[in-house]
Ligand binder design. Structure first.
Ligand code: ADP
Ligand code: MG
Length: 385
C-alpha cells in the first residue's frame, strides 16, 4: 500500500474529529454506525456526512453496508494516517519516503524528520489473515469477539517497542527506538544488508560466534528472540557488525516452551552458516547450561521482568502469542485477506458485534487522542494503555 504523508498536516480539524470518531467507534463496532460517528464527533449531523464523504474519497474510511445498518470502518490507510499524524505533531517524523520492506505482517518505510535525518517506520499489519478461520479454532479473545486488525497490530507494535527500548537501554545491538504510536514504530535506520543477502564474510567463524554469543547474552538476560534468522539480522555496511531487529515474537526464558524457542534460534544460525558459508562448528549454546548459570553479570538483571514492568502487560503478551500461534496453526488453510480495508460481503460472522466495552482498549484510544490533542509537545513517550 502506498503511504501518503504529503497532506498529513492539511486535514481540517473537523475531518480529524470525524476520523478519530470512527477510530473510537471501532473499538466495539466492526462497522461504526453513522449515527455513532455523529454522536462521538459532536458535530452537526449534516456536516458530518460531508466530512465522512471526503474521508472516504481519500480512502481513510470505507463505507460498509451491513444487513442491520450502514456505517463506516477505518481503513489501514486511515489508521496509518492517524499514527503518522500523531508522530508528525510530536515532531518525531516529518516526511515519508520509499517503502523498503514488506513482510507478511509489516510494511517498512524510509522516513525523515524535519532536518532530513533518515529513519525507519515499521507499520505492523496483523490481521491480513482472515480472522474467521482463526476464530473457529480458538477462543483466544475471551469476551472480545471481534479481534480487530487494529487491535492486534497495535499490540504487536507495543510489544516490539517495549522490547526494543529495554534492549537498546542495555546496549544490545538493536536499532535505537524513537517513537511509537498505535501500530507504528519509528526507529533508527541501520545502514546494512540483511544477512540473507550476504554471500561472503571475512570470517564466518567469527560472525558465527558473535551471533551465538548474542543468543546467549539474550538468554542470560531472560530473553529469547524467537525469530533469530538471516532475515532479522542486519550486517552493518561499514563495520560488518550484526544488528538484530524484529521483536514481536520475543519470549521470556521462563516461557513454558523456552527451550524449544531457544533451540530453534540456535538451529537457524547453524543451518544458515552450513548452507551459505559451508561453516560448521560443534560449538553451540545449550539452553540448560545457560538456565542453570545464574552467576554471570547479566544473570543479575532479568529483562523479561523489566519489560513486564515497563507497561506492556502479561495479558497483552498472551493475547498476542495466542493470536500468533493461531495464525501459524491455521496457515495453509487460511484464506488470505488481501486488503484489510475491504470488507467481505457477508455481514454475519466477521461483523459480529461486541457491544461490551473493553476497558483497556477504550482507555487507550481516549489516551491516544487526548495526548495528541492536548500535548503536542509530547515527549515521544509511547501511547501505551
Ligand atoms: P517483519 O516483521 O515484516 O519481518 P522486520 O522488522 O524484520 O519486519 O523488517 C523487515 C525488513 O525491513 C528487514 O529485513 C530489513 O531489510 C528492513 N528493516 C527493518 N528495520 C530496519 C532498520 N531499522 N534499518 C534498516 N532496515 C530495516
Ligand atoms: Mg523480519
Amino acid at each position: 500500500m502506498k503511504l501518503d504523508a504529503t497532506d498529513l498536516r492539511y486535514i481540517t480539524s473537523d475531518e480529524f474529529r470525524v476520523l478519530t470518531a470512527v477510530e473510537m467507534g471501532s473499538k466495539n463496532h466492526e462497522v461504526v454506525p453513522t449515527t455513532l460517528i455523529v454522536q462521538i464527533s459532536g458535530l452537526r449531523n449534516g456536516g458530518v456526512n460531508k466530512l465522512i464523504g471526503s474521508l472516504a474519497k481519500r480512502n481513510l474510511v470505507s463505507k460498509v453496508q451491513n444487513s442491520k445498518y450502514d456505517g463506516y470502518r477505518l481503513t489501514y490507510g486511515g489508521y496509518d494516517y492517524l499514527a503518522m499524524r500523531a508522530m508528525s505533531k510530536r515532531d518525531t517524523m516529518y516526511s515519508v519516503g520509499n517503502q523498503i520492506g514488506v513482510g507478511k505482517e509489516s510494511d517498512i518505510y524510509m522516513v525523515a524528520d524535519a532536518e532530513g535525518n533518515e529513519m525507519v517506520l515499521k507499520l505492523h499489519r496483523l490481521g491480513r489473515i482472515s480472522f474467521r478461520a482463526i476464530k473457529s479454532k480458538r477462543d483466544y479473545l475471551g469476551k472480545r469477539k471481534s479481534a480487530s486488525w487494529m487491535y492486534m497490530s497495535r499490540l504487536s507494535a507495543q510489544k516490539e517497542w517495549a522490547f526494543m527500548k529495554v534492549l537498546h537501554e542495555h546496549d544490545f545491538p538493536v536499532p535505537k527506538p524513537i517513537d511509537q504510536v498505535r501500530h507504528c514504530i519509528l526507529m533508527e535506520f541501520i545502514d546494512a544488508y540483511p544477512l540473507r543477502q550476504i554471500d561472503e564474510v571475512p570470517s564466518p567463524g567469527k560472525l558465527y560466534s558473535t551471533l551465538m554469543d548474542l543468543i546467549v547474552r539474550f538468554a542470560r538476560a531472560g530473553l529469547i528472540h524467537g525469530d533469530f534468522n538471516e532475515f532479522n539480522i542486519l550486517i552493518r555496511r561499514e563495520s560488518g557488525e550484526p544488528v538484530v531487529i524484529d521483536f514481536p515474537q520475543m519470549v521470556s526464558t521462563s516461557h513454558e516452551n523456552a527451550e524449544w524457542y531457544f533451540n530453534r534460534d540456535v538451529e537457524c544460525i547453524r543451518t544458515f552458516f552450513r548452507r551459505r558459508f559451508g561453516y560448521e562448528s560443534s560449538l553451540y549454546p545449550r539452553f540448560k547450561a545457560i538456565a542453570s548459570d545464574d552467576g554471570s553479570s547479566e544473570g543479575r538483571f532479568k529483562l523479561d521482568i523489566v519489560v513486564a514492568a515497563s507497561g506492556f502487560k502479561q495479558k497483552d503478551m498472551q493475547i498476542l502469542e495466542e493470536y500468533m500461534d493461531a495464525v501459524k496453526e491455521s496457515e495453509g488453510d487460511v484464506e488470505e485477506d488481501e486488503d484489510g480495508d475491504e470488507d467481505s460481503e457477508d455481514g454475519s460472522e466477521e461483523m459480529e458485534e461486541d457491544e461490551e466495552t473493553d476497558e483497556d482498549e477504550d482507555e487507550a484510544t481516549a489516551e491516544d487522542s487526548k495526548a495528541e490533542e492536548n500535548t503536542p509537545e509530547a515527549d515521544g513517550r509511547p501511547q501505551t494503555p
